[in-house]
Structures are given as C-alpha cells and as structure tokens.
Design a protein around this ligand. Structure first.
Ligand code: ZN
Length: 203
C-alpha cells in the first residue's frame, strides 16, 4: 500500500510540474523575422540593419516559446533572403495557429518615434486581439510613444490564414531608438514582450 501511495505522489508531482512548464503546449507559432540576406530592410540611424535586429529578436522569441512547449516555425533562422509569398506558404502549409512578423519602423524624418502593431481587417477575426496584446506588451515594457494598433494590407498579413500581426518594434531611423535597438538587452526585452503577448493571447 505504501509503495502505491508513493508512486501516486510521484506521478502527481511529475504531471503537475509537466503542466506548469508547458503553458503553450501544442501551440504552433510562426515567427517571421522581416527582411534578410540581400534585403536589409531599413538602415538604422546608428548604423545597424533592420534585418539583423528582426532576426535576433525572432530567435530569442523562438527559444522562449519553445521553453514553454510551443512548436515554433521560423520563416528564416539566418541571414538569407526569403520572398514574402514563401513566408506565407510556410505558415499556411505547416498549420500555424498564429503568425507574428517582426520589423523595425523607419521614416524620412529622424523625429518619428514609438511603437505600433499592424493587423489586416479582412484576415482572421482574431488578428486584432493578437495585435492588441503585442502592442500593449511592447508599450508596457518600454517608455516610448504608443502609436497604437493599426490596420494595413501588408502582404504577410493579407496572405496568411491564421491570426496574424506585424510588430514595428521601434523606429530604427530615430537616433535614440536606434541606440536602444543596438543593445542586446533591449532586444531581449522586445522578445520577452512578444512572448508575454502570445501567453496572454493563448490564455
Ligand atoms: Zn521592415
């Protein structure tokens, strides 16, 4: 009898810790690092390239999601070019539950600043909820201007079938925000904010 009781206690502990460490168990997340390879995206005011910032944040987000049990699909996991249609096909063919595209904003005036997140009006009905979570978590993390959640018919939002959002982390064309994006700790905070957004969205 004692042995059975002990086995039951161990089983309960193991199954409990299993649940606790897999908040996103089974969720398929497609993480899309914008640009890559010959397409650098915007060149930062402080010399960094958008494609490198996007990839670094995307890889950290992947690791964080996988640590909580999510299955992560990367549209790219290195510095190479991948067409927009291929990015959508990867997410659609592999049955992603959500699609998150990571970019940095840029404008001709260095004064433009802040955080904004996009979704597509005629896409999945849950896209806006995902975009709101991303925007709120990024704004909560950084003391920067909240430019809000916006609608746009960006290719990757329009041609993916699952809830999809595109985060414009900060303005790489703004001197102060470029300086922030050049810091590894700031990029890790970006990834953590995106991770929290997925957690909240899933919950
Ligand atoms: Zn971009």
């Amino acid at each position: 009898m004692k042995k059975i009781a002990l086995i039951m206690v161990i089983f309960t502990l193991v199954s409990f810790s299993g649940n606790a460490s897999s908040a996103l168990d089974g969720m398929v997340v497609c993480v899309d690092a914008g640009h890559g390879g010959s397409d650098s995206g915007a060149t930062g005011e402080c010399g960094i390239l958008e494609k490198d910032v996007n990839l670094d944040v995307a890889l950290m987000l992947r690791d964080r999601l996988e640590s909580e049990g999510a299955h992560v699909i990367m549209t790219r996991d290195g510095d190479y070019y991948i067409p927009l249609e291929d990015r959508c096909q990867i997410a659609n063919d592999q049955g992603a539950d959500i699609f998150i595209s990571i970019h940095c904003n840029s404008y001709s005036s260095p004064d433009a600043n802040g955080i904004e997140t996009y979704w597509y009006t005629y896409g999945s009905s849950d896209s806006k909820a995902l975009a709101v979570e991303i925007q709120e978590n990024l704004v909560r993390t950084f003391d920067l201007r909240d430019r809000g959640v916006k609608q746009a018919n960006y290719y990757v939002l329009k041609n993916t079938v699952m809830p999809a959002a595109l985060a414009e982390l900060m303005f790489i064309s703004n001197p102060d925000e470029c300086e922030m994006l050049s810091r590894a700790d700031v990029r890790s905070y970006c990834a953590e904010a995106l991770f929290d957004a997925v957690l909240n969205y899933a919950g």
